[in-house]
Design a protein around this ligand. Structure first.
Ligand SMILES: [Ca+2]
Length: 193
């Protein structure tokens, strides 16, 4: 006598699931206010921001205050911006999620001898390091898609920049040098208008 109940139960669950999907769709499609919407402290997907074809993308350079490659010109950082179309007329201002990295545009393979060999006697010169070719990954107009698909539909502008001397950013790459801090400072100040 169990079998007769299986089908109705399945249909009921399926209907419940369908109703839930419909309710979610209705909530998304009815929200045409093009304003960020938060629920339980979390940014929700807003229908008006969710179509990637409508997003505005910028591929640009921001001038910094340093010249780390000493070519006599201030270094410029390669920056990408993805934002909802509703920000175009200036009426809608949205917060920015900003991510900078020296790794967006390619890194060396992890090969033996890449890192400085410290296992040698004091005063002796260690073995020569290996310098493998780095294959550049130049992604335009979006430097990285990290964060774009998740946050733009939730009412954020997403900005990425490549660190000095990496990708299409000018300058000399350093590890923790002043230019690595001053580069994002320049981008943040630029993005704040
Ligand atoms: Ca320069």
């Amino acid at each position: 006598m169990i079998f007769p109940f299986k089908k109705p139960l399945f249909i009921f669950l399926f209907s419940l699931f369908s109703l839930q999907i419909s309710a979610q769709k209705e909530q998304l499609s009815s929200d045409e206010s093009a304003q960020p919407f938060f629920k339980n402290g979390e940014a929700q997907i807003v229908a008006a921001f969710s179509q990637a074809k409508d997003w505005i993308r910028h591929d640009l350079w921001v001038e910094t205050e340093f010249d780390s490659d000493a070519d006599g010109k201030l270094d410029r950082m390669h920056v990408s911006v993805t934002r909802p179309a509703q920000t175009e007329n200036g009426d809608l201002k949205l917060p920015i999620i900003y991510n900078t990295s020296p790794y967006f545009c390619g890194v060396a393979e992890d090969v033996d001898g890449l890192f400085w060999q410290v296992n040698h006697e004091l005063g002796e010169i260690g073995p020569e390091r290996v310098h493998p070719e780095v294959k550049a990954r130049i992604n335009r107009p979006v430097i990285s898609n990290a964060h774009v698909a998740k946050w733009v539909p939730r009412g954020f502008i997403v900005v990425h920049s490549a660190s000095p001397g990496t990708g299409l950013s000018e300058g000399a790459p350093t590890v923790g040098g002043d230019n690595e801090s001053l580069a994002p400072k320049a981008v943040i100040e630029w993005s704040g208008g």
